[in-house]
Design a binder for this molecule. Structure first.
Ligand code: BV8
Length: 243
């Protein structure tokens, strides 16, 4: 993207944000890479080393627990050393200033809430809490990391994420659809939009659609594309908003 295009784009997003009566943000793993958490599908993403269908799916949980366990243990441990970057804090400030109304996320790291956002709809669950895969009894994160078994039924423990092949939390998904359809402005940040059904949400938007992403696919449905790092772009927009 040429510099003038980018500057214009930053100012346009600022104007649309200030002019919108209802703004919804949709985030993916690209929102967390500047916090040190690898995403899934870009050049150094997780899936370049691991096939998601081998580790983040129901069959892995059922038939290849060792692989499943090591994948999630490593992600939980990596997460412990990371914290929400400035872009997360800007989104939380925009919520408190009334500039955005809600955040829909595919991320399981809980960073939006950690940064202070309150209206957050997590469509792929959370990696911070654990349950038994057999009897669904809750278990502690530490018991998962110690590779203990369910104290009630001796079943395998798993994080409360939505795996491939599992349905999304229907209440959250319904709210997310209503939020997207109601929004005058939808800002999509750091997602390849490859995973169903979240990938379909932007198509349901009736308002303006903005895409902030490191990679911009040729054909896309967005009214404004801002190519670059989420944290940096959010900072540039925030810097030209007179509070
Ligand atoms: C379901 C677990 C009904 C939690 C995840 C065939 C065709 C179509 C669909 C399907 C199919 N076969 C199966 C399906 C359905 C399947 C699916 O969509 N598969 C796809 C891959 C083909 N979906 C499901 O199974 C869903 N459930 O459909 O239920 C059902 C029920 C039973 C049987 C059948 C169907 C469940 C989906 C949830 C799966 N769980 N993760 C975890 O471990 O995290 S998905 C995983 O992908 C993560 O949750 C992640 O958030 C999500 C989406 O990925 P992104 O967030 O977009 O991340 P990605 O790396 O892809 O992109 C990041 C982008 O950011 C990149 O473009 C990069 O360039 C950019 N970027 C990076 N850094 C930055 C940046 N941009 C800006 N700044 C930066 N700094």
């Amino acid at each position: 993207m040429k510099d003038y295009e980018k500057v214009d784009g930053i100012a346009t997003l600022r104007d649309w944000l200030l002019g919108s009566n209802y703004t919804v943000v949709l985030t993916g793993a690209g929102m967390s890479t500047e916090s040190g958490i690898p995403d899934f599908r870009s050049s150094n993403g997780l899936w370049k080393r691991k096939d998601p269908m081998e580790v983040a799916c129901v069959d892995a949980l059922l038939y290849d627990y060792e692989n499943f366990y090591q994948f999630y243990k490593a992600r939980i441990e990596n997460l412990m050393g990371c914290k929400p970057h400035r872009g997360y804090k800007i989104l939380a400030q925009w919520e408190s200033e009334g500039l955005i109304n809600s955040i829909i996320t595919q991320n399981v790291d809980g960073f939006h809430e950690m940064a202070g956002s309150t209206k957050v709809y997590k469509l792929h669950g959370t990696i911070h809490t654990i349950r038994c895969s057999q009897c669904s009894s809750p278990a502690s994160l530490n018991s998962f990391l110690q590779k203990e078994y369910c104290k009630k039924c001796e079943g395998h423990l798993r994080p409360n994420v939505v795996l491939f092949g599992e349905t999304l939390p229907q209440d959250e998904l319904q709210i997310a659809i209503e939020e997207i359809e109601r929004a005058e402005l939808v800002i999509v940040i750091g997602t390849s939009l490859m995973v169903y059904p979240v990938s379909q949400l932007p198509f349901r938007a009736n308002g303006r659609k903005v895409y902030i992403n490191k990679e911009i696919p040729d054909h896309n449905l967005f009214d404004l594309n801002l190519k670059g790092m989420a944290g940096e772009i959010l900072k540039e927009v925030d810097q030209i908003i007179e509070y």
